[in-house]
Write a protein that binds this ligand. Structure first.
Ligand code: BG6
Length: 487
């Protein structure tokens, strides 16, 4: 990818965790690869925990360098990357300080990108302050999740930001959309004639989407305890994946064609009836347990978490889409922390053949299944039935594997790198539009409300397992079970 679009990338929260682990390493990778970032492009870090550029560069050397290039840092590239970095020390709470920012960047070339890697409470004040010094023109703004706590608070942020920036200037990040395999899902669905005719209720029995993590809440106990898995993972990542799996073919890959189709799915989600919540939603909270031989503590004892916390660290849902393509097909979603494995995958369970001429072994061997694994290893696996060698007609399930790292040995890109390049180059397709976000909040809110009103605690599960038993029981009601494959 070659670019000549110059840019000034202003990074608010320049010494924050996200800048350290994701944003600056992603910019470095783009720089190192060559040809992706215009030579004149600058990164302007805004932070309070450093006094001047020298101190900031020292911080970058100490904290960011360990997060770049697992196979060793290219020192020459690192040195030239540091030359791109400028630094401005301002108090984000003081609008008058933004004059210094304007003075620092007004003569820098290219499009301005303001990346708000700060808490959401600062989004609106920062936007106002940018507007007060005229920096909202010829610019793009990137908002990190969480964008609000519910529909009302997310609308309040979107309204306020929307008064200052037009929708096409606003890039709402959902880093799952930047993952290579999610792109590949679009390629699989819309680049191959093979799957699309089968991608509907006549041939699909059920679909599962899992994002499982081994990690607990780490150092984010405080934030997480006020958030929970439904807001942290379902409202955004899982519903975005669902909308890509289920959407109609867009007429092109331009940003609004794709986002219009995703929106249609989100709007077609069957609203959850509070009376059915026990049947279609399971929430859990991790207790102590063992993961890969190491004992790990209970959620309620994690730093920053209230001992009596009723916050969910696991969610499983049965979702239905009310349209012709998907009527009656259950979509099972689940996500959780401290589960048995780190895996993100989409499983499409196809229906069995309408008539089995091949006898009982064909029935026992099951049906076709497509497993699209997003992480840890990107693979697509298609399960088929084949005859076992030897006498008689005995069928077994076998699989065709597509391991992307074996086909494409180069060119892999981390989600943040792709998304940041998209912002700099003005490509909106992988960013969440306001109406999508609203539709997602509208759908999850009754679940949040019902859980709050019911006063029931989440179901416990031992760390290192696949969540509460009720999650498997929910699928059993539909004659299916979660796919459990070895990594
Ligand atoms: C973030 C959530 O959006 O996604 C985290 O806030 C979660 O809680 C993370 O751990 C998972 O992302 P990934 O890319 O590691 O699967």
């Amino acid at each position: 990818m070659q670019t000549d679009s110059s840019f000034t990338f202003v990074l608010f929260g320049g010494t924050g965790d996200l800048s350290m682990r994701k944003i600056l390493p992603a910019l470095f990778e783009a720089h190192r690869a060559g040809g992706m970032l215009a030579d004149s492009g600058k990164i302007v870090a805004v932070a309070r925990h450093a006094t001047d550029r020298g101190e900031y560069i020292q911080w970058v050397n100490e904290h960011v360098k360990p997060h770049v290039s697992k196979n060793g840092v290219d020192e020459a590239a690192w040195a030239s990357f540091l030359e791109r970095i400028e630094f401005v020390n301002i108090d984000l709470g003081k609008a008058e300080d933004f004059v210094h920012l304007r003075d620092a960047i007004q003569d820098l070339p290219g499009i301005r990108v303001f990346y708000l890697a700060t808490g959401p409470s600062l989004f609106v004040p920062i936007c106002h302050a940018l507007a007060s010094v005229g920096l909202n023109a010829n610019s793009r703004i990137v908002l990190e999740k969480p964008l609000g706590y519910d529909l009302k608070s997310s609308n309040a942020i979107n309204d306020a930001v929307g008064e200052i920036f037009a929708e096409e200037q606003i890039y709402r990040i959902d880093h799952y959309l930047g993952k290579e395999p999610v792109q590949n899902l679009l390629a699989l669905r819309f680049g191959n004639a093979l799957f699309e005719p089968l991608w509907r209720r006549e041939w699909v029995e059920s679909i599962q989407i899992t994002i499982a993590e081994e990690l607990g809440v780490e150092a984010r106990g405080d934030f997480y305890d006020n958030t929970g898995a439904l807001r942290d993972m379902v409202q955004n990542h899982l519903l975005q994946l669902l909308s890509i799996v289920a959407m109609e073919p867009p007429h092109s890959m331009d940003s609004d064609s794709v986002r219009d189709e995703k929106l249609r799915v989100l709007r077609a989600l069957k609203p959850i009836d509070p009376r059915d919540i026990g049947k279609v939603a399971v929430r859990g909270q991790y207790h102590s347990g063992v993961i890969r031989g190491t004992a790990v503590p209970a959620y309620a004892t994690e730093p920053g978490v209230k001992p009596e916390s009723a916050t969910e660290t696991f969610v499983a849902l049965k979702v239905e889409i009310e349209n012709w393509r998907w009527a009656g097909v259950p979509f099972f979603l689940r996500t959780g922390k401290r589960l048995a494995d780190r895996v993100a995958e989409i499983v499409v369970n196809f229906r069995a053949v309408p008539h089995s001429a091949l006898g009982a072994s064909a029935l026992r061997a099951g049906a076709n299944r497509l497993v699209i694994r997003l992480q840890p290893n990107e693979t697509i696996r298609l399960y088929c039935l084949a005859k076992q060698p030897g006498e008689g007609m005995n069928l077994a399930s076998v699989h065709l594997d597509l391991a992307f790292d074996q086909f494409f040995r180069e060119g892999q890109m981390e989600a943040y790198q792709r998304l940041l390049l998209d912002v700099i180059n003005g490509r909106l397709a992988l960013f969440v539009r306001r109406d999508e976000q609203e539709a997602a909040w509208r759908w999850v809110e009754p679940i949040l409300n019902e859980w709050k009103a019911s006063n029931k605690p989440p179901k416990p599960y031992a760390s290192g397992t696949w969540g509460p038993a009720a999650s498997s029981a929910m699928l059993a009601q539909h004659g299916t079970c979660w796919l459990e494959e070895e990594n």
